[in-house]
Write a protein that binds this ligand. Sequence first.
Ligand SMILES: *Cc1c(COP(=O)(O)O)cnc(C)c1O
Length: 386
Amino acid sequence: MTDVIALDKEYVAGSYARFPINIVGGKGSELIDNTGKKYIDLASGIAVNTFGVADEQWSAAVKSQLDAFQHTSNLYYTEPCALLAKKLCEKTGMKKVFFSNSGAEANETAIKAARKYAADKKGKDVYKIITLKNSFHGRTHTTLAATGQETFHEHFLPLTDGFVHIEPNADELMNAVDDKTAGIMFEVVRGEGGVLPLEKDFVDAMVKIAKEKDIILIADEVQVGNGRSGMLYGYMNYGFMPDVVTTAKGLGGGLPIGATMLGEKVENIFTPGLNGSTFGGNPVCCAGAVNIIDRIDDKLLAEVKEKSEYIFNTLTGADGIESVTGLGLMIGVKTTKPAKDVVAECIDRGVLPITAKDKVRLLPALNIPFDMLKYAIDILKEVCAD
Ligand SMILES: *Cc1c(COP(=O)(O)O)cnc(C)c1O
C-alpha cells in the first residue's frame, strides 16, 4: 500500500503542519482514516463542509451539473451562477455578486471595490483601509497586508501599502479614520485570531462613522458566514448592513468558491474588463452552493443556536477550561493545558477539533447529529479536565 504520508512529505510543499492522519472517506460528521479508525469531525474542513462529507443532496446537485457541463467561461451565461447570485442578493439585501474561487480572492475584490468607490468619489489619494488586529483576511499579498497579525507578514515584505490595523475599540477607530480612509474591513468574529466576537458598541461606532464619512464597510464573512453564526451571515446578529460582504468556505460546501456581495453604493463599481476570474462562477461550484444556501433555513439556524448553547453551557466553567468565546458553531475554548496538547489527545480518542492561536477551535458541520456532538464534547471536556 502507498505510504501517503511519506509521499506527501517528499513531494508536497511544506506549507502545512499536518496531523499524521490519512483520511480516506466518511459520512456526514464521521471521517475514516486509512487504518479504519473513525473520527467525529469538529472542524468540517475549516468551516467548509457545511453539511459534512459525502452529503447526498449536495453531491446530487454537484453531480447533475458535472454531467451537464463542468465549465465554460465568463464569456457566456450559465444558470447556476445567475441563480446563486439572485439567492444571495435576495437573502442579504445586497445588489450584485462577483464570484471567485477563495476567501482571499473575495477579499481582494472587496478591497478593489472600496478603493475604486473612494477614488471615483473623493480622489485617488483616498485609499486607506482600516482592519483589526488579530484579523485574518487571506494569503495573497494584499490580503496579507489587510491581515492584522505580524507573524503572517514578516517573510514577505514589502506588502501592499495603505492598511492600518487597530484594536476593535471606538477610540482607536476614531483616531485611525481620516480623510484618506476608503474602507473598514472586519470579521464580526475573528476566527484565526482566536474566535473573538466584536462588541456591539464597537460595531455601532463603526457603522456610525462609516455613514458620516461615506466609508465602505466590508464584512469578511468567509468563516462566520453561511449559517455558522446562527444567522445566515454573521453581521445579521448585530443588526446593520455592510456595503460589501465577502464569503467563501462554507458557501461551497466543499468545492472552491468565493463571493463578493456588493451593496447599493458599489453595485455598479465593476464595468466590463475591470475585474475577472477564469473559474469565477464555475457552474459545478455554484450548483453545489445553491443547494447549500437553499438548506440554510430557519429550522437549521435554530438547530445551530441550540447546539451552540449546549456547547457553551457544557464547557463554560468546566475543569481545565478558562473561557469559551464565539458565536453559533464557531467556538474558541481557552484551555489550561496547551491547546495543541488538547487537540492531540482528542485525536487519539477519535475527535477532531483544531486550534486558533492558543485556543481549541470548534467548527462542526451545521447538521452534526446532536448525540454525536454531545459524545464529542464530553470527550473534549474530559481531556481538558485531566
Ligand atoms: C479562511 C479565511 C480567509 C481566506 O480564505 P481562503 O479561501 O483560504 O483564501 C479569509 N478570511 C477569513 C475570515 C477566513 O477565515
